[in-house]
Design a protein around this ligand. Structure first.
Ligand code: HDE
Length: 711
């Protein structure tokens, strides 16, 4: 006998004798029998049965009378909107911007007038190349887009975590993006620059060399959004009440310092937790550890611009902080996750052209192109010119205009007047005083398609970036280039790239060539302008030189077994909390373990689910009786071996020595492998975690040679 579909336990309502509840907005909700709100259609009709379609008899055909089913499936079929062409994968949060001091001497932007004033913001971080469902730890630039809801309109500072860009003119944007995206005939690789078309384009585009140095550096694999810088990239203008202009570059500096992961770690994180960056932001905000950045500005006048070594309109160049210091002008705090990812993070529409009075553009050809592009993209993606009606995109200040109608119009102008000029009070009027005034820069010249000669130096700052890095960071750049180019099948592209590297740093070029197995070195690429050798290193460009020296905001992974020393676990936990860091417990079974004093310790992960790549440092709090089993677990051995090869601190109870041995590091102890308790006080161990990595370990790991025992 055919099985009959079960009749749902539908929450039926007696419409004429219904219970009602008043909602937050004063609206009345019908209540089901158990007190929950009654499910309705989008037209508001109460639904009696949401488990079965309407049909003729229990086993008969479906009926088109079923408006509830039709509406539900129709809506589901239209749930997706086009993902962003670039920056498709992203994650956002709400917060506020707090102004430190009045900048009225430079700008009349209302947001910068009063010390201590807080302005609401929404920030969206993103990767660039991958699609919406791609993993977080791609080697890629990160978007750092900030919408500041000022009292004089929304200001969108749509930046990246790298202060330069691949190209100088917006007309090349479709090309660079096409080249990095999956190749069109085969639709792979996803979220990767390591393939022929990207490096083909890059090797034919010398202006990208400075960006290539950044993107092959650890900046492209950040530990979390919380530990990365943001940059407005372009030169903008501040304009004050007297219509005087000052050039400005914007920088966001993370309060907790910069931090990145190792490439081998990134690859493993992508498998273990593809949402690693999302989860990090979610967890830190949900637990009240609100991430914070300082907004800093570099301010300069026309005279500086005229005399600086490079063109300030060229987005492939920076002004080193050592030449022009950065001035902190406010702070950004993210303290609230969106209520709904789609409504806010997916539908937020950033546009570089959103600027309030007092902030203006320069002639940077990339910025000019962006100002043109972002409106199109929002119309395509959100499907209606009324995307500003979505709460996430609407200004939070009063607004009055005569735009009307169109798809999804939610607020048309009220009243009789929808035109200007008009003679009806109180219809809105323009205001020459309060209104946005563009800086009246004088422009002249022939109508040409021409790249300025002042944009021609493509190598000098690439070199400056490279020589500003510490030896481990330089090794990572060489390794990244080698990895990426090893995935390029066309030999001539690899050679072309190395010929560019020769104009940047000869040792870098020869290292990469040697690791790729070149038989001979190519000749250096033709350079439009001879690369300068005299630019001083800029220490501000190195992540390691500006290390945080504290473990605050980081995460320790504690591997425990039955019999874990309860007192040690407790003191480690409180030392971590004192440092304003967090820890998670990893155990053979996720249920937990019994500690030495008989207490039960809950685990956050089983070993397979909590590999050491997810943590900034690890501790092995094991017991002798559990060791026999533990050393036979491949995942436990990987936990330790990975922590070691990723140069992390490893604290261990002496019962864990057999595990260290099985992981192949018993003869390679260094200052980062610390017996607990004993060798060092637990609190001191936690303090030392602030060094984050023992980079000195790296060369021996790479060459497979163990370093000599430290003691
Ligand atoms: Fe974008 N960029 N971009 N871009 N960009 C977009 O707008 C574009 C550039 C950046 O979290 C798109 O809403 C052009 C530089 C971020 O929603 C699109 C050019 C920088 C985001 C677009 C550039 C950026 C975008 C795609 C060359 C760093 C994500 C979806 C001139 C300063 C914003 C969208 C978010 C997004 C165009 C270059 C940053 C297609 C034409 C340089 C952070 O409009």
């Amino acid at each position: 006998m055919a099985k009959r579909p079960a009749k749902a336990q539908s929450k039926s309502v007696t419409i004429h004798d219904q219970k009602l509840q008043r909602g937050e907005g004063g609206e009345l909700h019908q209540l089901a029998q158990d007190g929950a709100k009654v499910l309705t259609t989008s037209q508001g009709a109460p639904v009696a049965d949401d488990q079965n379609t309407l049909r003729v008899g229990a086993r008969g055909p479906a009926l088109i009378d079923d408006f509830h089913f039709r509406e539900k499936i129709f809506h589901f079929d239209h749930e997706r909107i086009p993902e962003r062409v670039v920056h498709a994968r992203g994650y956002g949060a709400h917060g506020f911007f707090e102004t430190y001091e009045s900048l009225s001497a430079y700008t009349r932007a209302d947001v910068f007038q009063r010390a201590g004033e807080k302005t609401p913001v929404f920030v969206r971080f993103s990767t660039v190349a991958g699609s919406k469902g791609s993993f977080d730890l791609a080697r890629d630039v990160r978007g750092f887009a900030v919408k500041i809801y000022t009292k004089e309109g929304n200001w969108d500072l749509v930046g990246n975590n790298i202060p330069v860009f691949f190209i100088q003119d917006a007309i090349k944007f479709p090309d660079v993006v096409h080249s990095v995206k999956p190749e069109p005939d085969r639709a792979f690789p996803q979220a990767q620059s390591a393939h022929d078309t990207f490096w083909d384009f890059i090797s034919l585009t010398p202006e990208s060399m400075h960006m290539i140095m950044w993107i092959m550096s650890d900046r492209a694999i950040p530990r979390s959004f919380r530990f990365m810088e943001g940059f407005g990239v372009h030169t903008f203008r501040f304009v004050n009440a007297k219509d005087e202009s000052t050039f400005v570059k914007f920088h966001w500096k993370p309060k907790l310092g910069l931090q990145s992961v190792a490439w081998n770690e990134a690859v493993k994180i992508n498998g273990a937790d593809p949402d690693y960056h999302r989860r990090d932001l979610w967890q830190s905000i949900q637990t009240g550890n609100f991430p914070e950045w300082e907004l800093c500005v570099q301010l300069f006048d026309q005279d500086f611009a005229d005399n600086y070594d490079f063109d300030v309109l060229d987005a492939t160049k920076i002004i080193p902080e050592e030449i022009l210091p950065v001035k902190p002008v406010g702070r950004l705090v993210l303290d609230r996750m969106p209520d709904n990812f789609f409504a806010e993070t997916e539908q937020v529409a950033f546009m570089t052209q959103n600027v309030p009075p007092g902030i203006d553009f320069s002639n940077d050809p990339l910025l000019q192109g962006r100002n043109f592009s972002y409106l199109d993209t929002q119309l395509k993606r959100l499907g209606s010119p009324n995307f500003t009606h979505l709460p996430i995109n609407a200004p939070k200040c009063p607004f009055h205009h005569f735009q009307q109608d169109g798809h999804m119009a939610m607020r048309n102008p009220v009243g009789r007047v929808n035109y200007q000029p008009n003679s009806f009070d109180p219809a809105p009027r323009e205001s020459p005083v309060a209104g946005y005034r563009h800086f009246p820069s004088e422009e002249q010249g022939a109508k040409v398609r021409l790249r300025s000669e002042s944009f021609a130096d493509h190598y000098s700052q690439a070199r400056q970036f490279f020589i500003s890095q510490t030896p481990p960071e330089q090794r990572h750049i060489a390794a990244a280039l080698t990895f990426e180019l090893s995935k390029v099948e066309t030999r001539v592209i690899r050679e072309r790239m190395v010929s560019h590297l020769m104009n940047i740093d000869e040792t870098l070029a020869t290292t990469v060539a040697e690791k790729l197995g070149f038989q001979s070195m190519p000749t250096p690429a033709d350079a439009a302008v001879p690369p300068r050798q005299d630019l001083e290193p800029s220490p501000a460009l190195s992540i390691i030189k500006r290390g945080p020296n504290r473990f605050e905001g980081r995460k320790l992974g504690i591997l425990v077994t039955d019999g874990v020393n309860a007192a040690l676990l407790k003191s480690l936990g409180s030392a971590i909390a004192k440092e304003k860091a967090v820890f998670e417990v990893i155990a053979p079974k996720v249920g937990g373990v019994t500690a030495s004093d008989g207490s039960w310790v809950e685990a956050d992960h089983m070993i397979d689910g909590g590999p050491s790549v997810l943590f900034d440092a690890v501790a092995l709090l094991t017991s002798e009786e559990a060791m026999d089993d533990l050393v036979r677990e491949a995942t436990a051995r990987d936990f330790v071996a990975d922590a070691f090869q990723h140069c992390k601190f490893i604290g261990y109870d002496k019962s864990a020595l057999p595990l260290l041995e099985k992981a192949g590091i018993a003869d390679s102890f260094d200052e980062g492998i610390v017996a607990l308790p004993g060798e060092k006080d637990v609190a001191l161990f936690v303090k030392e975690l602030g060094k984050l990595r023992i980079w000195g370990r790296e060369p021996s790991v790479k060459s497979g040679k163990a370093s000599p025992p430290a003691k």
